[in-house]
Ligand binder design. Structure first.
Ligand code: AMP
Length: 194
């Protein structure tokens, strides 16, 4: 099984790249952001809770997020592996993920970060907001709030995965195809080393 975490700030290109990588390596793509947005669209109780946080650019509480993630993995237990996109975003989510995967005889092979500077991300997100309809992409203060949340709660995950020797990074600037090729090469290399 090949389980990869795609890591990076909002707008780094995780979703775009995951869409390609999932087909290339035959993996199931789990995006917690997409799952929340589906719940919001379907007006579920969870969607209602998530919306109040997402609209402010804040993280949805772990209690809600972790259960949703676990169900998604269990519902796809026949998968060849997973690409986790937007999860984990806190140390406690990472710890729970490790314990949970271990209980399923699975583990994380690598966390791959797509590195992009903030000013490029802001530009990308504002542009995306014009077509995506996402409220959290349409306001610069909300975007900056998401970066703040990232710096405070998500950045510590870099050291978490470095200490497990599972942290890798590539530049997330360039064309989509260039980044995709770097990502594919890196994952192929990881597979060769297994
Ligand atoms: P994304 O689509 O990954 O940019 O996520 C959009 C929003 O969904 C985030 O700003 C959070 O409010 C929420 N979200 C997504 N994934 C998580 C997570 N792992 N933990 C907490 N909140 C999350």
């Amino acid at each position: 099984m090949l389980n990869i975490i795609l890591f990076g700030k909002p707008g780094a290109g995780k979703g775009t790249q995951a869409d390609y990588i999932k087909n290339y390596f035959d993996l199931v793509h789990i995006s917690t952001g997409d799952l929340f947005r589906n719940n919001i669209k379907n007006e579920t109780q969870m969607g209602l809770i998530a919306k109040s946080y997402m609209d402010e650019g804040k993280l949805v509480p772990d209690e809600v997020t972790i259960d949703m993630l676990k169900s998604e993995v269990i519902n796809n237990s026949k998968a060849n592996g997973f690409i986790f996109d937007g999860f984990p975003r806190t140390i406690s989510q990472a710890e729970v993920l490790d314990i949970f995967l271990d209980s399923m005889k699975m583990n994380i092979r690598a966390t791959i970060s797509l590195d992009v500077e903030d000013f490029i991300l802001e530009d990308r997100l504002i542009k995306r907001g014009k077509t995506s309809g996402r409220l959290d992409d349409q306001n610069i203060n909300k975007i900056r709030n998401r970066f703040k949340e990232y710096n405070k709660k998500t950045l510590p995950l870099i050291n978490y995965y470095k200490s497990l020797n599972k942290f890798y990074s590539i530049s997330g600037t360039g064309t989509i195809d260039e980044i995709r090729d770097k990502l594919v090469n890196m994952i192929n290399q990881l597979k060769l080393n297994d």
